[in-house]
Design a protein around this ligand. Structure first.
Ligand code: PLP
Length: 444
């Protein structure tokens, strides 16, 4: 009998014993190719000796120092490194310990920003349907998954939701991608006007939607349109780059590819690459300045923020990314993986779409390619693919149409940026077999 309160009480999981590079090994000696970095976390692969050495050295020097008493060299260096790489205008880093904490802090920072400016009437956020921004109550409130939210209502903050950018399903045949993007921006503006722009704090969006839509990228001009709206109405753009950020899409920040700078950005996952639990909020200078010339205090904090060992891990992860040119590798290997997926599965009767950017790619499975009709979520095709893949020694992140019942099952791939050509071949081969086996196992 286990005393560990597992997420899924009735599931028996293999026991992970060790990991190296792209592979995790269980206690039975079976190896698993980590094709999803856990949940798009492991950007360097497992057990990188430089990161382990940096963490051990930091641990030996200074294990912990509470941030209300001390700053630390390692936290300052991490912030300097992140700002040196950040888009123009982003000036400060607030450290957290996870993606949900980063989003939670981002929302509170945005709220307090307007308090500092003397605009406390701004209390509304606008986010997008089917989105996921974390599991704490504030982050869950901005999240737009009906099924995740349902049990926890009433949620803590005022949020309304507009359509996400989901080209595969929602672009009309008569529209160009740009026209589709502009239509979405007009809908967003209508929502802003309905709420009253001077009641709105910010617009929250994940630039490339990961867990809930399956690596769904924005159409050209969409985020530029949102940026322009935010500027026109004095509303903040809050980018959730927890999953798609830190090199995952082939540039360090996903929004770089849209040519715009957010006011507040949340990062996590790839920041620490799985070596430690760490997240961060990156704030634009104008946000920081409001605090600096206002109360001089952000009303937020947690016991473990800026943990020296977590900072040492993240700092070394960033240094390895630069030394080994791994963000570029994410772009290049992403294109290679895309080609291999197209060749192996692009013509498959049940693969509706293959999409994404960098090493952040997904398949969307459908019952019928022409009508894009999803499989019945009760069939749990996503779970079947995940199980078939695990049996074949392959980890994929598979989610289903249960998210508002509006899309097909999808399989998200987010391997470490250190992935090599031969690993990509193994990945695609095992994935194709797993998809076939899962489909063959569906009830007739
Ligand atoms: N935001 C996005 C876009 C995510 O994908 C996730 C996690 O998957 C989170 C926030 C929450 O991060 P965490 O699980 O580290 O709390």
């Amino acid at each position: 009998m286990t005393h560990l309160f597992h997420r899924q009480l009735r599931q028996t999981l293999p026991e992970a014993a060790s990991a190296k590079g792209l592979y995790i090994t269980d206690t039975a000696g079976k190896t698993y190719l980590d094709a999803c970095g856990g949940a798009a976390v492991s950007c360097l692969g497992h057990n990188h000796p430089d990161v382990i050495a940096a963490m051990a050295a930091q641990m030996a020097r200074l294990d912990y120092a509470h941030t209300s008493f001390f700053t630390t060299r390692v936290a300052e260096e991490l912030a300097d490194t992140l700002i040196a790489q950040a888009p123009e205008g982003i000036s400060h880093v607030y450290l957290l310990s996870s993606g949900s904490e980063a989003m939670e802090a981002a929302l509170k920072m945005a709220r307090q920003y307007f308090v500092e400016l003397g605009q406390p009437r701004r209390t509304n956020f606008i986010a997008r349907r089917q989105s996921y921004h974390g599991n704490t109550l504030g982050a869950l409130a901005v999240g737009g998954n009906a099924w995740r939210r349902a049990q926890f209502a009433p949620l803590l903050i005022d949020v309304t939701h507009v359509a996400p950018c989901y080209e595969y399903r929602d672009r009309l045949p008569t529209e160009t991608p740009e026209q589709y993007g502009q239509r979405l921006v007009r809908e967003l503006e209508a929502e802003l006007l309905r709420l009253g722009p001077d009641t709105v704090i910010g617009i929250c969006a994940e630039p490339v939607v990961g867990a809930t839509l399956g690596a769904a990228p924005p159409v050209p001009g969409y985020f530029q349109g949102i940026r322009a709206l935010c500027d026109r109405y004095g509303v903040l753009l809050i980018a959730d780059e927890v999953m798609c950020g830190m090199g995952r899409t082939g540039t360090l920040h996903a929004l770089e590819q849209e040519g715009i700078v957010p006011d507040i950005m949340a990062v996590a996952k790839g920041l620490g690459g799985g070596y430690q639990a760490i997240g961060a909020v990156l704030a634009h200078g104008r946000v920081y300045d409001a605090f600096d010339s206002g109360s001089g205090q952000f009303m937020h904090g947690h016991t473990y923020i800026g943990h020296p060992v977590a900072c040492a891990a993240a700092l070394e992860v960033q240094r390895v990314l630069q030394r080994e040119k791994l963000v570029e590798a994410s772009r290049v290997q992403g294109l290679a993986l895309r080609r291999k997926l197209d060749a192996a599965l692009g013509g498959h009767a049940h693969v509706g779409d293959i999409r994404g950017r960098g090493l952040f790619l997904a398949l969307e499975l459908v019952a019928d390619r022409a009508s894009k009709q999803p499989f019945d979520p009760k069939l749990r095709l996503n779970g079947r693919i995940r199980d078939e893949a695990l049996a074949r020694g392959l980890m994929v992140y598979a989610m289903g149409g249960t998210i508002d019942g509006r899309h097909g099952d999808h399989v998200l791939l987010a391997p470490p940026f250190t992935v090599q050509e031969r690993d990509l071949d193994t990945l695609v081969e095992r994935l194709a077999e797993s998809v076939e086996a899962a489909l063959a196992g569906l009830p007739a």
